[in-house]
Ligand binder design. Sequence first.
Ligand code: GLC
Length: 595
Amino acid sequence: MGNLMDLNERGVGGTGFARWTMMTRAAVVLALAAMCGSAAQGQMTAATHAGAADGPWWKHAVIYEIYPRSFQDSNGDGVGDLNGITQRMGYLQSLGVDAIWISPMYPSPQVDFGYDISNYVGVDPQYGTLADFDKLVAAGKEHHVRVILDMVLNHTSDKHAWFVESASSRTNPRADWYVWKDPKGFDAQGKPIPPNNWISGFGGSAWEWVPARKQFYYHEFYKQQPDLNWRNPVVEKAAFDAMRFWLDRGVAGFRLDAIPTLFEDPQMRDNPVEKPGLNAQGDPNLSDMYTSNLPEVHDVIRRMRAMADSYPGNRVLIGETYLPNIAELNKWYGGEKQDELQLPMDMQVGFTNKLDVPLLRQRIKDVETQIGKNHPLLVFDNHDNGRSWERYGDGVHNEAIARLIATLLFTSRSTALMYYGEELGMVTSTPTRKEDVQDPIGITGWPKEKGRDGERTPMQWDASVDAGFSTAAKTWLPVAADYKTVNVKVEEGEPNSLLNWHKKLIALRRDNSALRDGSMTMLDESNNSVLSFVRKGPAGSVVTVLNLTGTEQTVSLDVSGSVTTLVTDVPGLMTGVSLKKMVVPAFGSWVGAVK
Ligand code: GLC
């Protein structure tokens, strides 16, 4: 799979899915009658927040990704910041999340909005100071919200002092910290020819010429993001030192950015062409066999895990692991040894982008059964993909579909990862004019690749100016057009809102022992329209039934016992449900206890 194809597959920039005209939210809410949501029914236990005796905290956690530029601006400059996140801790606690993952907030030229780090042990002034960071962690503690940082280890910024030195000569002390290579030769005009055919995930050759060294350096992403040389043990030491700096400050763990791409083929062989034609950036469709997921990476991860485990409190390592199949995913846990990442992300379920029951069932079964004693991490939304609202929505029933997705995420046997605004039904607001685009891949790739701005618009807090995100005349990205009706304040006041749906489910998965720790088994596997499964715990079971089609379905499930509805958006299924014959309307969700 080629680099850019990889990006296309994961839908970076949201070009990989149709955009739909949406029915207004108010209409959808009105169409729903009163919902049942009493999480106080069923087999409730007195279980406390994640971190109870039944395993490490991250096993039951809901982790909430925050894109710091877009969450809350505390100083009116139009860009979100750390103090803004601190101010919103009460909200995060009320939602019930156990941890936040903050996308990079380190000093950075912001070419890739923080994923180009120029100093691993500081805070970018536009986001605040180290003291602000410490305050954020302390506020998190008060609100039972752990803080996870994004660690970008594949590359630094080209403005990082390490790279500046490395690029200055072939003999400086950091000469071997990045991936340098001689040219293949020179063309008729005397221009150096790149060492091989590797292309950047963000378009064009992955090689950039540096006259001072008369060599190329390799960059998997932008040319301002040179790849570190992980074959040099000193690089590993420097990276681990940076991680320790934050672990010492009390972070609960890291999300490891683009972690499969740490190593490249030492022989630097050409990546084979995978399929004919060109990708959205106009490059050939290459496999990434020599630039991604090389076996050497696992040794680094094992050492990293040992380092993280030397700290108390179950610090967690989460991987951004776009991988081809479940067997590859299992390796990232360390397989049976469980000595690598605790939570490599499963990208097979959340980015199928279609409500295809057999496909989703198979992918969920894979991650539930093919990773031994390891624990799944499911995710449907992040800062690199158009929002699930449109990727899964049909343009008419998007809100009901968002409820289905949330129900699947929170009632499955997995750690749950969500993205700010997902709980509100925030839409993807892709720029319509090239001159408005901020994300460089949208500028270079326009109009085929419009970039990732659409899924990074400011959080919608209320109906006031800038949606309560900022007081600036202009925010770094415009607030989405629907903010007056789709925002935290409105949805907090509406019992049937998507926000309250998320709150109910999150509370339920925390308090219900079957959802916390029970096994997970698919039900009625011959049904291609309704996804249903049972979570079995010692004190009873919880059944989830999701009609993923636009037509009413009648299901009959082989589960006996007395049934109590826990959460549903189907008024007729609030009471008196029989699993032997259950009529579920289009896109209806139902979760119930069975004793
Ligand atoms: C990851 C990040 C993405 C970033 C890239 C390069 O895929 O999620 O936002 O552009 O790595 O760091």
